[in-house]
Design a protein. Structure first.
Lengths: 397, 427
């Protein structure tokens, strides 16, 4: 391994909330259950579509003002909460000097709709004498004035600035899974190039929403049967089980972390993102190029796959990974698929595993135990439609 | 021309070699520039959808670009294609469908719109009342697969990357009204760190539909001065009452100076620097002490390695909301001191309205034209000066001037502030 460089991108804080709970210990305990992994799934609430529900969060701990909580919808509360956990873990929470220099890159979709208002309008419009006028009238009277602020993609970042005081810079990337991967890639690249020292990177997703189920159901992307793990779904046509999730990473140059006496949990040694039109084999060809470019040996390595579960990409990724011969874990089996924050969450699981020096147990029969030590974790992130990403996470030192 | 391909801080100089623009004033730089310097407004009464019952009935919609199935992402994508083609042609870079660099795209957030929602409701066969369970049932038929792709957040950028042949994963950006400037900032940083030699930056926004207009209206952000429409956008005036929602797109081809020189490209200008600072005060309002905007401007000057005395023109964010113009003047007057009132600072939005996520890119193109042509587009509708804002906004009539360097400001809802420093020639 190369000598540590002051421009290494260390992970010095992780905030993770999902169906498995809050924080790294809760996640590790659930993932590495010696009696076997047991998924947390809500199969009734949105039947026939199973979803992974967010664990109960004590919001006051990270979003102390009720007024702030009320100004947000669930996706923003999940994300702002996870961001607070990450800042706390990194030891920068409340440190105005550091937060004032902190660069933030959020990967986000959009916010919840007002389902009752939508339903009322959809019911009334077909019978209206003047549908256009009625739409205007109902939107003017039914939409909460602040709803826009709960919906705009950049308002997760905006809320993190307001609640936690992260103000060095603020960028929001849109574009499903690829947005999360490019957020991590650009933070690491800026650190390597000396264009930044301290980053907050991540996103959040609320899967417990009829409007997001509607979107992916239009695309035929959802698993609409009783829950099965990611790889086991493929024989029955594949499909995504969405998961509510918030994940933020504090990514910091080694020089900056060292100067403030902070140890890294792990190091992001490499991140690559690319795209293809997804003709058969194109995504695997991108992944093969990315694999070939990974630095250093993979002599004690495993893969944290971001496979969404959706066909045909998941089967193509499964074949690609099988050819590499390393133990694999499909994060979405445990967390559900969470679109924008899926890649940061994969990096978080990888970081946990390399920090502990071993891989957590198999999540389903198709995954094999890794008995030896783990020193390298490869993270994949293939979008359910487009985009292919790969990262390599190594021990911090 | 300078000898060095690096700036005073040892970074690659980043130059502009092509631009394209489309607004409610027209398509292309020639038409836009003629109207912009002629003080022409592109704001008009909305004809795209019924305006009955709305407080605001005007906008700067782009109604002259046809798309097959109108939606915000569909028209935003088409406008982006048109400005990209203009910019790439001017830069004479790459080959058709093979742009040799990355794509950074600013675009509005995407979501299913009412026509699509109504089509699902109709297909569901639900009678008296329709709910999401009915829409979900209809969605499973497979008949709406095109909606899935159209309303992904990533599909506009992906389709553009397919069409233009840009390299790598395209980055789609949402920093509200600063998005277009953020796209340029990300490209500037990527070229400086040697990740790419060229980049295509696009800001596009075609999101004037009933719901998005009403959302802004409910926040009391929009002008309600509907008659006459062209008089509604009144930046820096005492009687300004909000911004006018508009559509448009701007594109810039950025390259390292070394790359541009090596291929013999014509250099139109330089992106000397970029500053950014987020605001933690409130979701829609700026910190009343002005610190975030002041820091944003100072960061831009520092990044460009210049002082306030080196700036000849400020392309204002200048939305025409009471709040924005006051806070922008507070920031500018603090950073530029006594010179503030004598630096020309005009608002393109007085004529084109607020092109939202496109604004940073559109106004960067106009700022560059202002520098190159030596002619400053006016701030129109300035007949009631606000005594609290003693700004030289180039009132009502364009002005000739010798200009070397401009700042273009973009400040967004959610507290995302970006300032760009543009110059005519490498220092």
């Amino acid at each position: 391994m190369a000598d540590p460089s002051p421009r290494d991108a260390l992970i010095t804080g992780i905030g993770l909330v999902s169906c498995l709970g809050e924080g790294l210990d809760a996640h590790w305990a659930a993932l590495d259950d010696p009696t076997g992994f047991r998924p947390v799934v809500d199969e009734a609430g949105f039947a026939p579509w199973p979803v992974h529900p967010i664990a109960k969060l004590d919001l006051d701990r990270q979003i102390p003002k009720k007024g702030d909580q009320r100004q947000m919808e669930a996706w923003q509360r999940i994300g702002t909460y996870a961001a607070g956990l990450a800042l706390e873990d990194a030891g920068v929470k409340g440190d105005a000097g550091l937060l004032g220099r902190m660069d933030m890159i959020v990967a986000a979709g959009g916010g919840e709709r007002d389902y009752a208002a939508d339903a009322a309008i959809l019911s009334a419009l077909p019978r209206a004498a003047d549908p256009g006028a009625l739409l205007n009238e109902r939107l003017m009277s039914d939409l909460r004035p602040t709803l826009l602020l709960a919906q705009l993609s950049n308002l997760l970042a905006g809320n993190i600035s307001v609640v936690h005081g992260v103000v060095g810079s603020s960028k929001t990337f849109m574009g499903e899974e690829a947005a999360g991967a490019d957020a991590v890639r650009i933070a690491a690249a800026r650190i390597a190039a000396g264009q930044g020292e301290l980053f907050l990177v991540g996103g959040s997703y609320n899967a417990q929403r009829p409007d997001v189920l509607l979107h992916f159901e239009m695309g035929g992307k959802l698993w609409r049967h009783p829950y099965l793990p990611v790889w086991a779904r493929q024989d029955a046509g594949g499909g995504m089980v969405l998961g509510s999730l918030g994940c933020f990473l504090v990514i910091e140059s080694r020089a900056h972390a060292r100067a403030r006496g902070k140890a890294g949990r792990a190091r992001i040694a490499h991140v690559a993102t690319d795209r293809s039109r997804r003709a058969p084999g194109e995504a695997a060809a991108n992944a093969a190029r990315q694999w070939a470019a990974l630095p250093g040996p993979l002599d004690a390595a495993a893969v944290i796959s971001g496979a969404s579960g959706a066909a045909p990409a998941t089967a193509e990724e499964a074949a690609f990974l099988a050819a590499q011969g390393l133990p694999v874990r499909a994060a979405a089996t445990a967390l559900g698929h969470a679109l924008e924050p899926a890649f940061p969450a994969g990096v978080a699981l990888a970081s946990m595993a390399v920090e502990k020096g071993r891989l957590f147990g198999p999540l389903e029969a198709a995954e094999r135990i890794m008995p030896g030590a783990l020193r390298q974790a490869v993270v994949t992130g293939w979008g359910n439609w487009r985009g292919e990403a790969m990262a390599l996470v190594l021990p911090a030192d | 021309m300078p000898r060095s391909d690096q700036d005073s801080q040892g970074r690659p100089v980043v130059v502009i070699t092509g631009t394209g623009v489309l607004t409610s004033l027209g398509q292309g730089k020639a038409d836009n520039w003629a109207r912009l310097t002629g003080g022409v407004s592109g704001i008009h009464r909305i004809s795209r959808f019924p305006v009955a019952g709305l407080r605001t009935t005007i906008a700067g919609t782009v109604d002259f670009v046809p798309v097959a199935a109108l939606s915000a992402p569909a028209l935003s994508e088409r406008l982006a294609e048109l400005v990209a083609e203009e910019a790439i042609a001017e830069a004479a870079i790459g080959r058709p469908g093979d742009f040799p660099g990355r794509l950074f795209l600013a675009l509005p957030p995407v979501e299913l719109e009412w026509p699509q929602r109504l089509a699902l409701a109709e297909a569901s066969g639900a009678n008296e009342t329709v709910g999401y369970e009915d829409l979900l049932r209809a969605a499973g038929s497979g008949a709406f697969e095109a909606n899935y792709r159209r309303f992904l957040f990533g599909s506009v950028a992906e389709n553009l990357a397919d069409a233009l042949g840009t390299k790598g994963s395209p980055v789609a950006i949402s920093t509200a009204c600063a998005s277009g400037a953020t796209a340029i900032q990300l490209a500037l940083e990527a070229i400086r760190r040697g990740e790419t030699e060229a980049a295509l930056c696009i800001g596009t926004d075609a999101s004037v539909n009933p719901e998005s207009l009403i959302r802004f209206s409910l926040l009391s952000a929009l002008s309600t001065r509907n008659d006459p429409p062209e008089a509604a956008s009144r930046p820096f005036s005492k009687d300004r009452d909000g911004f006018v929602m508009s559509e448009g797109a701007g594109a810039l081809v950025l390259e390292s100076l070394a790359h541009a020189r090596a291929r013999g490209a014509r250099i139109l200008g330089v992106v000397e620097g970029c500053g950014e600072r987020a605001d933690s005060f409130h979701r829609t309002r700026s910190n009343p002490d002005g610190r975030p905007i002041i820091a944003c401007l100072r960061n831009a000057l520092e990044d460009a390695g210049i002082g306030p005395e080196d700036v000849d023109y400020i392309n204002a964010h200048g939305t025409g909301t009471p709040e924005n113009d006051k806070m922008e003047w507070l920031g500018v007057s603090t950073v530029f001191g006594e010179r503030a009132g004598s630096i020309p600072m005009s608002s393109n939005k007085s004529m084109i309205g607020h092109t939202l996520t496109a604004a940073g890119a559109v106004e960067a193109v106009f700022s560059l034209l202002t520098l190159r042509e030596g002619r400053i587009p006016p701030t129109i509708n300035y007949d009631a000066p606000d005594p609290a804002l003693p700004v030289d906004c180039v009132p009502n009539v364009a002005r000739d001037a010798t200009l070397r360097r401009a700042i273009s400001n973009s400040f967004g809802f959610g507290g995302q502030n970006v300032s760009l420093v543009l110059a005519t020639e490498p220092a």
